[in-house]
Design a protein around this ligand. Structure first.
Ligand SMILES: [Zn+2]
Length: 305
């Protein structure tokens, strides 16, 4: 029975984010997300906490009435006796070509980098106002990849781990396992992560994955450059850089499953921390918008890239 269900399971129609109601039990069995147990807690949470609900309230209110945006708070995990969700949002753009282009946008995996979280919220607001920007796309947003860290304002999760060094290495961190399940089941054409660098004065990008990625980052940095200067250094964060582009990254960063072929495009956008919030958000949003536009052009010319 399980085999026949697997065979007939269609991830596009049965996925969590296409059904606003609860999916039928037999489909739920195959949903990638499962609640997992947190490892031991390394330190008690600080008293002052940022409210995740407040940060995400604009998205949940859009999802409540929009035909384009679906919110899903079903991915749960335990940390220190409390239940957390790893929130996910799907923005379905107007129909474009044949197959929707699936892109995952990830933010807040370092809890002390709320800029990316806010930018993801702003970008979804923009898409809601101008859905044609997302024509042809299924955009999966994971705006809070490290809920406990974001709540506490710490880079690490409450278990003491840098979650962005844990991917594809048999991690026991529940957030990483939930995200890995998504990265496997969604088979993204592109993956974009948003980060903040408190040691940089300029905006920069890290490119990995598909070779076309390098053609996406330059226009993205140009677009961001209307708001924030580019980091001109030849070494950024210990890596060789050219024109604000790095082609290497730490092991264990959030990325496509190692064996996936063809490789999706993978871009990490880094904003400097010091500039005003408004400029950081505008730079991120401009870069995201540009990546979607540029990648759509590539797909139109070479659908098998
Ligand atoms: Zn970061």
């Amino acid at each position: 029975m399980a085999a026949s269900l697997t065979k007939s399971f269609n991830p596009e129609t049965a996925s969590w984010f296409l059904a606003k109601e609860k999916p039928p039990a037999q489909i739920k069995k195959f949903m990638p997300i499962v609640a997992t147990q947190s490892p031991a807690i390394a330190q008690p949470p600080p008293a002052r906490r940022r409210s995740l609900a407040d940060l995400l309230a604009p998205l949940d209110s859009i999802a409540a009435h929009s035909p384009n945006l679906v919110a899903n708070h079903e991915a749960r995990f335990e940390a220190g006796g409390e239940t957390y969700t790893l929130p996910r949002y799907l923005f379905v753009g107007p129909k474009g070509g044949d197959t929707p282009i699936r892109v995952g946008i990830f933010a807040g995996i370092h809890g002390d980098e709320p800029e990316g979280v806010r930018a993801a919220v702003q970008f979804i607001k923009l898409l809601e106002a101008k859905p044609e920007l997302a024509a042809g796309y299924y955009l999966s947003f994971y705006p809070v990849c490290n809920p406990t860290g974001l709540e506490d304002g710490t880079r690490h999760s409450r278990s003491g781990k840098d979650l962005n060094r844990e991917f594809w290495g048999s991690s026991n961190e529940p957030e990483v396992r939930l995200l890995q399940a998504e990265l496997i089941s969604r088979s993204f054409n592109g993956i974009i992560s948003l980060h903040t660098d408190d040691t940089s004065d300029g905006f920069y990008g890290i490119v990995r994955g598909a070779t076309l990625t390098k053609h996406l980052i330059e226009p993205a940095l140009q677009a961001a450059g209307k708001f924030l200067p580019r980091d001109p250094r030849s070494i950024i964060d210990g890596f060789q850089a050219r024109n604000g582009v790095i082609r290497d990254a730490y092991d264990g960063v959030l990325s496509a499953p190692p064996k996936v072929r063809p490789r999706p495009f993978e871009i990490i956008l880094e904003t400097p921390q010091a500039p005003p919030t408004f400029l950081k958000e505008c730079a991120f949003v401009a870069a995201l918008k540009t990546i979607l536009t540029e990648y759509r052009k590539f797909i139109a010319f070479a659908p098998n890239l």
